[in-house]
Design a protein around this ligand. Structure first.
Ligand code: TRP
Length: 343
């Protein structure tokens, strides 16, 4: 059976959203609404794998939802909701915890990075995180998942879990009269010249909410003035822009700023260099600042307005939660039968 094209993606509400989240994920959510059924989730259950102050979590959940809407996700055409409202995520994640192997989890580079030397003392949830992510995706039998390249390994694990579930329960799936390919094998949608946005202070480090320097990132709540100043002050080498992409090698800051320009203007880096190659930063940075302000400032204004309007945001999340639950329950109903749970 063919699965209808359905997109699922999630963003964690764990603090300040920045340009990396926008270009790597949220911006790409918008055009997918024209070609796919789209489900965009604020993954609050993932967020608590590391400690979150409850009031901060509530605020950050609304902030991510506001970012989706301000970026152009239409809550009527798409389903926009927060994960914890739909209990089937936790339920399927438990079944997947019993499908996935500890060894698979231990190999996840994001877990190793986050746990560091402290791996005995992080939450069990942090280790099981990819199993919940697989549940997010497979509850909706999503066929395509737009994410940044740091999530590629988690998507491969999602495919492994789907395949092992289909295989381990093959006989039961048939017995229940269901499609033998019960869970689809999901495709990652990792695209664009700027899926990895780097720090504005150090082109070798990812733009991150945990960087102590506020100058290193453009927050999605920054106003026009802040956006422009941060770009103009961004660290660069002294050389002018190269004539071709090859010339960006070994120049991480130049590569990053050209990548940001390319992503914001829906061009390739090569096209950007055709326009700006051979010019100095005194020309390029103001052009990039103007572009970024034109695209981001209206969004940050709308986000700030929406965050204050909790009635509207909470209403969108509730409506999305109901629509998501209707799909999720269909899958979970079948999963319970397949596994042998009486209900
Ligand atoms: N792990 C993702 C991240 O940190 C967030 C996420 C959770 C997600 N569930 C998902 C992304 C399902 C895509 C699909 O970025």
């Amino acid at each position: 059976m063919a699965f209808s094209p359905r997109v699922f993606s999630g963003i964690q509400p764990s603090g300040d959203l920045h340009l990396g989240n926008y270009l790597g994920a949220i911006r790409r959510f918008v055009p997918l609404q024209d070609t796919h059924e789209t489900i965009y989730c604020v993954v609050d259950m993932h967020a608590i794998t590391v400690w979150q102050e409850p009031n901060d979590l509530r605020r950050a959940t609304r902030e991510v939802a506001a970012a989706f809407i301000a970026a152009g996700v239409d809550p009527k055409r798409s389903i926009v909701f927060n994960q914890s409202q739909v209990m089937q995520h936790a339920e399927l994640a438990w079944v997947f915890n019993c499908i996935a192997r500890i060894g698979w989890m231990n190999r996840m580079t994001q877990f190793k990075d986050k746990a560091g030397k402290n791996s005995e003392n992080v939450s069990l949830g942090l280790l099981a995180y990819p199993s919940l992510m697989a549940a997010d995706i497979l509850l909706y039998k999503a066929t395509a998942v737009p994410v940044g390249d740091d999530q590629k390994q988690h998507l491969e694990l999602t495919r492994d879990i789907a395949a092992k579930f289909n295989n381990d329960y093959a006989a039961s799936i048939v017995e229940q009269g269901l499609d033998p390919d019960f869970f689809p094998i999901t495709e990652p949608l990792i695209a664009g010249p700027a899926t990895r946005i780097m720090s504005l202070r150090d082109g070798t480090k990812k733009m991150s909410k945990s960087d102590p320097s506020d100058q290193s990132r453009i927050s999605l709540l920054d106003d026009a003035d802040a956006i422009s100043k941060k770009i103009k002050k961004a660290t660069t080498d002294p050389a002018e822009l190269p004539l071709d992409v090859e010339g960006l090698k070994g120049r991480p800051e130049a590569d990053n700023l050209v990548g940001i320009y390319a992503a914001l203007s829906d061009k390739t880096k090569a096209e950007v260099l055709t326009e700006f190659g051979g010019q100095g930063w005194g020309k390029f940075k103001p052009a990039l600042a103007d572009l970024a302000v034109a695209q981001l400032a209206p969004m940050s204004g709308e986000m700030r307005r929406l965050i204050e309007d909790t009635t509207t945001i909470d209403g969108i999340l509730r409506d999305g939660g109901e629509r998501a639950a209707a799909i999720a329950e269909k899958t979970m109903h079948d999963v319970r039968r397949i596994v042998g749970f009486i209900r």
